[in-house]
Design a protein around this ligand. Structure first.
Ligand code: ADP
Length: 300
């Protein structure tokens, strides 16, 4: 187990930023941590990376307690904070040497060279960080996060503020690095979750509201299900909307209707058709986009 969070609470004064949060992340997983602004994502990540203490609960990284064994935890974790705090006056190579020094790496010179090549900073290595674009600064941030070869990588909004090309580059880089590490990344971008993540954890107002594979979350029965049905003949909206369990019915065209309801509403629609001498020609469950699921779960 790479990350284990059990009944974690965090209070800022009276306000609970984390309210009884529990989840586990297995080694090798890439997990998307989603939630609206202020949901508690950064707070959770700062606790996992030993930057701030929790108020209650247990948080472990690779089996080590973040407070009792924080020095060991820091060796195992790489962290790219939301506002990547780089020293803008330092040169790229100089900065990575400095970070390698903090970790007291033996093979400092080779490791810096390796990182520069891995994140694609060869041409920029002798430039000042302040002279780099946001995309290249994120590459520097990623290099500093993995220079000590951590098992776990925590990335807080790694692609926010990037242009579409930079975004694709950084996303590819994360996927590449993620092949050999456990990655937890927070994001607002739903396509990112669909593109990169094995699993999604959604947090709202300090509480976990979903934790599952992306495709499972999108088809979850507890959420509203949408089913497109084509009958062989005309029928009336009134009759269809009276089917118990159906929350809404919309005519698409001809004899095609779009039903919405809670849980799996297909059997009740089929039964209604049978009882009313209607033939069901097609019936398709409409899978939701991550964006729609996110809106449903977080009410945003
Ligand atoms: P997210 O990363 O999901 O946007 P945060 O973890 O940054 O959410 O914040 C969660 C809640 O805690 C928010 O309501 C935020 O205002 C509050 N918060 C975060 N940091 C502090 C702090 N240092 N002092 C007081 N409140 C804070």
């Amino acid at each position: 187990m790479s990350i284990e969070v059990k009944n974690a609470f965090k209070y800022y004064g009276e306000q609970a930023a984390l309210n009884d949060v529990s989840f586990k992340i297995n080694s090798g997983e890439i997990v998307g941590f989603l939630g609206p602004n202020g949901a508690g994502k950064s707070t959770m990540m700062k606790i996992i990376t030993c930057f701030i203490p929790k108020s209650a609960g247990t948080v472990k990284v690779c089996g080590l307690d973040v407070e009792e064994e924080s020095i060991e935890v820091r060796k195992k974790v790489g962290y790219l904070p939301e506002h990547n705090p780089l020293y803008l006056d330092m040169y790229v190579k100089e900065y990575l040497n400095f970070v390698a020094g903090i970790y007291k790496l033996d093979n400092k010179k080779e490791r810096v060279k390796e990182m520069i090549s891995l994140v694609g900073l060869d041409k920029e290595q002798n430039k000042k960080i302040g002279a780099l674009s946001k995309g290249y600064r994120q590459r520097v941030g990623l290099a500093q996060a993995i220079i000590h070869d951590p098992e776990v990588l925590i990335l807080d909004e790694p692609t926010s503020g990037l242009d579409p090309n930079q975004l694709v580059d950084i996303r590819d880089l994360i996927m590449n690095i993620g092949k050999t590490k456990t990655v937890m990344l927070s994001t607002h971008i739903m396509q990112e979750v669909e593109a990169i993540c094995d699993r999604v954890i959604i947090i709202k107002e300090g509480r976990i509201v979903a934790d599952d594979k992306a495709e499972n979350i999108q088809q979850k029965d507890v959420l509203e299900q949408t089913v497109l049905v084509e009958f062989d003949q005309e029928t009336s909206r009134n009759k269809l909307s009276a089917i118990p369990g159906v929350k809404s019915v919309k005519k698409v065209n001809g004899n095609q209707w779009l039903f919405a309801g809670e849980g799996d509403i297909r059997p009740i629609i089929a039964k209604h058709a049978q009882q009313n001498n209607l033939l069901v020609l097609t019936m398709t469950v409409k899978s939701k986009s991550m964006e729609e699921v996110f809106k449903e779960l977080t009410g945003n």
